[in-house]
Design a protein. Sequence first.
Length: 457
Amino acid sequence: MTQTGDTQKWESQTALALGSAIEKGKLDPRDLTATYLSRIAELDKDKHVYVRLTKDRAEREAQAAASRAKAGLRLSPLDGVPLSWKELVDLDGEASTACSRLLLNNIASQDAITVSRLTRAGLVTLGKTTMTELAFSGLGLNPIFGTPENPHDKTKPRAPGGSSSGAAVSVANGLAAAAIGTDTGGSVRIPASWNGLVGLKTSWGRIPLDGTVPLSPNLDTIGPLTRTVADAAALFSLMSRSRADIRDVSLRDHAVIVPDNLVFSGLDRGIAKTVEHAIDRLGRAGLRIVMKPLCTLEQMEQLTWEGTSILAAEAYGLWGEKVETGIDTMFASVANRFRTGRLGSAAGLAKTLLARETVRRAYLAETAGFDAVLMPTVMSSPPEIAPLLADDAAYGEANRKALRNTTLGNQLNLCALTLPVGTDALNLPVGLMAQAPHGHDEKLLRLGRAIEMKLAQ
């Protein structure tokens, strides 16, 4: 079975479209997997996207998927569809280094739970993708293992977004049909936004973290990076063992808040215009929109960046000893972030935790009766890579800008979805983010699908 007769190349189609083609007998999973492996060999010679390929596993899984398709025994709508995994997710027999030399000998003895779930649904594992060292940055730079360049600027090497950098670029460059990453402060949504993709930050606890290298166990989440909301919903359903029904969606069924404070301030040129244009179109199409300030966003930002950092404290508690003994092997800008976890006191951390819970409750009260809050996913365009590698202060400033809007959802214990809505003044992708209360992932995906369908018209 081949691609003949199709006007669009398989590697640029959605995961569900590929699954449908397999279902209809128009596409053999073995041919599809071979296409991706060939493209990876051709386009990722420096291994800046994939840390390692699992070629033998992929070919075995594709063969099994082809046999099931022939027998009419497919396991899911995505049976036979190839995807990539972030390098901190365990694959049996493979290293889970989180792209750090500190974990070179961390060999997995079994698949992570979420890998097992998608494997049992028939998806094909292509390999593991590059990431920010130990997942501690929103920019996606890793001069040790390799930084995949943002594919949307062919003239200047720009940051891909992190920490799930290789995950995003694998999909954007047609090197995987979908990718699985993790999000602790924006690590799915930032690279998804900067690469023109859909990214889902799931509610904490909805998808098991067993078999993933942790950064901040009270904030870490697993989520997909895809071409469409429908693909994200399909993967979420399989990973969470739930059912995200996105059929028969309508904007008129939803009400949202658009904050007129904080999240729209200081945006890089063109981002506000693009996001506001998208929101205006949605309002004219029937989405109920209320614009008002949300004071809790500013309160949470202050707690996140000026109080004792919960993320940094947990990260240093987990990895501080290894960081201190192996600091010469690390990217200095990431090592410096880890070492901020030494600051503060137990009393200061407790104070921050208590204050955060108070702000969370106040946020839910402020947003009660609404399905989501809409905002720009990232306040900045993807920055050029070279200046960030040369100047730690520039790196820190760019990292904080990248994370400002997304990390609010982690700290407030929300689920969040980003989807592409246009380009900025540099002709680089811009994301619109919707965030909803914890546990409302399915409802959020319905809203996201309604938004996607309307903006595609």
